[in-house]
Write a protein that binds this ligand. Structure first.
Ligand code: NAI
Length: 328
């Protein structure tokens, strides 16, 4: 869960970009899990994105209805609905970007890892379809536990012989509204509990905190997703904010694919930055997905210790994902 860019200004830019008519790319974007709490508002936001000419909505329930509803919005993208495994191929074929928010969400008291059993299978099967029918597509995985679902998708692509680590992203960019209006704070590591590491020392504009406050803020950020799950008291997890973060991430990706330069987002990817095989850091996006990993940069000892503390859990989650495909 993440702050990557908690900037109202930038969010406002994203909204105006979404409505603007300038576009260099007529992209096909597929949403898998389009009928869900995240999938529906995400699809709505993507319908407003002028870079998208075809929005394909896949789910095992209700997707034709969601597609019919969205098709009445007078923006450019053609919307198609695809229901169930027989229609998965048509949803995915020719796609430039596949966004995956399919799967069960957390209830109060659950960790992201508790979702593993159900969501691992769902992500495996969806990734397998992408690996076969649109192997060059960029995959953006929202389904939790992201620390394991990204390794799962990667192993599936390896099995199909179509693996490109620069094209598989775990979306860890859920915006958190701080009371500071325009803060951009990179959040690195993984995407659950202690594996979430905000680099407050790298905030722009720079912020300064007494150690006690830094500690409190760090814990609050690590726990932000769980806060929403508890506030919703069983009725779901963060859906609207995640839809916004997912649409923003997708828009950044579409800009980069269209050749715009200097597009940077944090995401959970295959990485050599630390001893964990997958790690989230700021990434420069380009025409082929991940262009350059910008790494951790200069960090405080306090932050280095948070990363060290994250390692055992992160490595365990990654291994669990890999084992699911390699041994499962
Ligand atoms: P939801 O239960 O409202 O929606 C999930 C959707 O997936 C449903 O429409 C369901 O029919 C569909 N689905 C289930 N199996 C499928 C399959 N095999 N193929 C296609 N679609 C399938 O759940 P919600 O709230 O939308 O959350 C979705 C996922 O996103 C969960 O795993 C949740 O933990 C995760 N999440 C991730 C966040 C992040 O920061 N990366 C933040 C919040 C949630």
């Amino acid at each position: 869960f993440r702050i990557v860019s908690t900037r109202l200004i930038q969010n406002a830019k994203f909204i105006s970009r979404s409505f603007s008519s300038t576009t260099k790319l007529n992209a096909k974007v597929t949403v898998c899990g389009a009928s869900g709490g995240i999938g529906q508002p995400l699809s709505l936001l993507l319908k407003l994105n002028s870079r998208i000419s075809h929005l394909a909505l896949y789910d095992i329930v209700h997707s034709p209805g969601i597609a019919a509803d969205l098709s009445h919005i007078s923006t450019k993208a053609m919307v198609t609905g695809h229901l169930g495994p027989d229609q998965l191929r048509a949803a995915i074929e020719g796609s430039d970007v596949v966004v995956i928010p399919a799967g069960v969400p957390r209830k109060p008291g659950m960790t992201r890892d508790d979702l593993f059993n159900t969501n691992a299978t769902i992500v495996r099967d969806l990734a397998d379809a992408v690996a076969q029918y649109s192997p060059k597509a960029i995959i953006c995985i929202i389904s939790n536990p992201v620390n394991s679902t990204v390794p799962i998708a990667s192993e599936v692509f390896k099995k199909r012989g179509t693996y490109d680590p620069n094209r598989i992203f775990g979306v860890s960019t859920l915006d958190v509204e701080l009371d500071v209006n325009q803060v951009n704070c990179p959040v690195v590591g993984g995407h659950s509990g202690v594996t979430i590491v905000p680099l407050i020392s790298q905030c722009t504009p720079p912020v300064s905190f007494p150690q006690e406050d830094r500690d409190k803020l760090t814990k609050r950020i690590q726990n932000a997703g769980t806060e929403v799950v508890e506030a919703k008291a069983g009725a779901g997890s963060a859906t609207l904010s995640m839809a916004f973060a997912g649409a923003r991430f997708t828009d950044s990706m579409l800009q980069a694919l269209a050749g715009e330069e200097g597009i940077v987002e944090c995401a959970f990817v295959r990485s050599d930055e630390t001893e964990a095989k997958y790690f989230s850091t700021p990434l420069l996006l380009g025409k082929n997905g991940l262009d350059k990993n910008l790494g951790l940069g200069k960090i405080l000892d306090y932050e280095l210790n948070l990363i060290k503390a994250a390692m055992p859990e992160l490595k365990k989650n990654i291994q669990k994902g890999e084992d699911f495909i390699l041994k499962g």
